[in-house]
Design a protein around this ligand. Sequence first.
Ligand code: NAD
Length: 351
Amino acid sequence: MTKHTQPSAKALVPFVSVDNMMRLIHHVGLEQMLCDLAGYVEDDFKRWELFDKTPRVASHSDVGVIELMPTSDGESYGFKYVNGHPKNTSEGLQTVTAFGLLADVYTGYPVLLTEMTILTALRTAATSAMVAKYLAPKGATTMAMIGNGAQSEFQSLAMKAICGITSVRLYDKDAAATAKCAANLAGTGLNVVICTSPEQAIEGAQILTTCTADKQSATILSDNMVGAGVHINAIGGDCPGKTELAAGILSRSDVFVEFPPQTRVEGEIQQMPEDFPVTEIWQVITGAKTGRSSAEQITLFDSVGFAIEDFSALRYVRDQIKGSDFFFELDMLADPDDPRDLFGMVQRAAS
Ligand code: NAD
């Protein structure tokens, strides 16, 4: 092969497959990786203002949504492709799958392509726990985990590693999902309690996580279920017409969000008037706004997932794989030695 028929080495793009992502997790350690990712997200939330921010671009169908989530800090550009199809599990498929790309803003060349289905579960859990660190009541030990699907173990372990919870109380409308989650969490050091109703799950819990998937406005928590002083980590309501909380809870809570223009369309607050007061969580992290101000306050993280969290996760993976064998190099970028001779490169490939 001549050098003309091969792309030059600089154009090969590191690709992290699902297998390699799993190897990376076991190499770093799951809880350590959740802590590391939370650190990357926290660092990027501290420099929130310099990012390009746009609500994600969503393509809805009757059964789900496909979304693109782009952002840039001026040096790197990242995007994630992600879907949300609640009906998928009944067909043996994941509700959420994703992959993502990081590029160099100066050249526009991709520098990383990676699976992001697992990485999304990690970054969502890391973000939840990083936010709970600022908002949850002091000394919280117990979390109710309602919705025991793909995200649930990651959510539980992030709250353990980052916020120090010691017990999770599991509930899912499908007992098989709860049994799976309980089995997966056995031996992690968490005290796991299987519950048969959401009311039972929230008993004695200071953190209430809702992470269900249903393409409708559901009421996973009703107003009378939520007492003073708890922190609600609302993960599953993340699309127009897809919510988990009774509106009355929102009225009694201080609501913290990622990016208001996206959350007002996709989050729990889509149920509320357009001027419903919210606090941007990055401002709590920088110290510009107050997070939890009293023991009685109900704090609510109305999480929908924002592009900067994926950017942080992409940055983390790029940094981790340097000098490792956790990636392949992909020939996905045509890069002729003479940049204006793209055609010539194609012709030479005939020989
Ligand atoms: P999943 O389909 O694997 O699990 C969802 C679980 O919810 C299932 O076990 C299902 O039985 C349960 N469930 C549905 N309705 C319920 C109800 N009324 N009461 C109790 N349990 C119920 O999905 P997943 O990958 O774990 O994702 C969960 C949700 O989180 C999805 O809606 C997804 O879109 C959302 N999500 C949000 C973010 C974010 O950043 N905020 C990131 C990833 C996923």
